[in-house]
Design a protein around this ligand. Sequence first.
Ligand code: RIB
Length: 313
Amino acid sequence: MNESKRKIPLLIDTDPGVDDALALLMAFEDPDHQLLGLTIAAGNVGLKHTVANALKLCEIAGVDVPVYAGCPVPLVHEAEDAAYVHGLDGFGDTNYSPAARQPEAEHAALAIIRLAKQYEGELLLVTLGPLTNLALALRLDPALPSRIARLVVMGGAVTGLGNTSIPAEFNIAFDPEAADIVFRAFPRFDLVDWEAVLRHGFLHTDFEDWLARGDARAHFYDGISRKTREWSEGKRGAHWHSADALAMVAALAPGGITRREVRPIRVETEGRLSRGATPVDWSQRTGQAANAGIVMDYDQAAFEARIRACLGV
Ligand code: RIB
């Protein structure tokens, strides 16, 4: 984007979380977007940790954007976190020294509503965690979707290959009621699901090389991601998968999306085996409006170049 063009206002709802952190580093680095703030969800780990992690990452990256704490629990039912993946503190239990800064007093849901009004028709909203904050904002301001220019959601498993239960992906499974509210409210949003993430892994050996050659951001990320990478190598083999980083690159640089399918998608909130599933009407048999632009493929080389850049490589 040339200098004369106005930057796109960007708001990120996130539950950092190791892969959230890589996505945030990408956003911090992007010259075409004006990052307005981070609204923080509970999910990967509890809200106390996700807020602290967001503040610490901003400090490491030298980024002074407001951080807004959100809902500490899902809308209706309690849910298990993902500390087994990210560490008890969500950042690999490195016992880092806390950031000096504090979060803002304003609640995340109110910040989403306020900023959507302030940047009406321009705002890019990216969600990297459970959708509790956005759902609460929708309940407070049902006109919210008409104000947001583009919503990109990391979540779901569009053919039922889940990572948290048989059919469910973590962000949706953590708060299915919230996801259902969001998926019904927005006439169209972009979706980067878990199955697309599995198609866009990168070699652990490559990533370790990038971390070794990167700057202070890479050094910090090496520490907070070590546990997750070791866990992933044991469970999934040679490639590492950063779900939120893929969602973020699709949000920041949609020109790199090489295949997208537009279909109706819903959220299952009942079901002993299927709660949190995200059934897609692939054959359009229901006649429902297609609300999801499902990102099927992204330019892998461009994705990896963005990862290297945000690590200073
Ligand atoms: O399923 C992947 C998602 O769950 C990512 O957002 C990751 O951070 C976890 O929250």
